[in-house]
Design a protein around this ligand. Structure first.
Ligand code: 1GP
Length: 247
């Protein structure tokens, strides 16, 4: 499956895409697969699999395999480091945490993981990963020099640098479970300079209204993770988010 082309088609067709993030460390592979199925029933377009801590090895492989048994939307790895790769997934967000102070998150993990991506044939989707306040666990783990919430011009400068490096996607990340999502001004300013390049926004989005604000401001894809873990009715919650962002 050509995942990048597939996602582009969805964004062209529906205006926006919704991605569901599942952290393999948060539940068993069986429950992860049930959550993925429920999210697909709600209309999610792809399942992202990863996390900053503990999303690796057998647990990761089994989670990807179980999810793939249940759903036919793309599975995309969202690795916290080079151990977050699994040959069973369809694609990987091959990302660099551009505003990290730690070279490991900018290039070293990517160098360590690249041969495995090459051998396994998982599709790499190049991405500039940008951490904005509050940043959460990933901000701490990735030693990010967090972009202040009210400094869109800094996010724009990073996004441009990523684009000029040839990265196809930009991800504005507030951190999983953030109490405030990326603000619309920053999303709009970044999308303006990205043009046709894809903009993903995530972190702290819990309801349709917030998802809609982010989408309207310029996000092409909205990621939600925590709310899917917390809600009892995953299908209904994802349906709410999807209905809010798609035309
Ligand atoms: C985290 O942006 C994603 O990487 C999702 O964040 O868990 O807050 O939905 P939430």
């Amino acid at each position: 499956m050509q995942v990048e082309i597939h996602l582009e088609k969805i964004v062209k067709q529906d205006g926006k895409a919704h991605l569901t993030l599942i952290d393999p460390a948060s539940q068993t592979p069986e429950i992860a697969a049930e959550m993925a199925l429920a999210a697909v029933k709600g209309g999610t377009d792809a399942i992202m699999i990863g996390g900053s801590t503990g999303a690796s090895g057998t647990l990761l492989d089994e989670t990807v395999m179980k999810i793939k048994e249940k759903v036919d939307v793309p599975t995309i790895l969202f690795p916290g480091n080079s151990a977050g790769l699994s040959s069973y997934a369809d694609a990987v967000f091959f990302m660099s945490l551009l505003n990290s102070r730690d070279i490991n998150y900018i290039i070293t993990n990517q160098v360590l993981g690249a041969p495995m991506v090459y051998r396994s044939g998982i599709e790499p989707i190049s991405m500039a990963y940008l951490l904005v306040e509050p940043g959460g666990t990933v901000g701490w783990v990735g030693d990010a020099k967090l972009i202040p919430r009210k400094k869109p011009e800094l996010a724009v400068a990073y996004a441009l640098a990523g684009k000029y490096f040839g990265m196809h996607y930009t991800y504005l990340e507030a951190g999983s479970g953030a109490d405030a999502p990326i603000n619309p001004e920053m999303i709009g300013a970044v999308k303006k300079v990205l043009g046709d390049n894809m903009l993903i926004v995530g972190g702290g989005i819990r309801d349709g209204e917030t998802a809609k604000l982010c989408a309207k401001a310029g996000a092409d894809m909205i990621v939600t993770g925590t709310i899917v873990e917390e809600t009892k009715d995953v299908t209904a919650k994802v349906a709410e988010l999807v209905a809010a962002i798609k035309h």
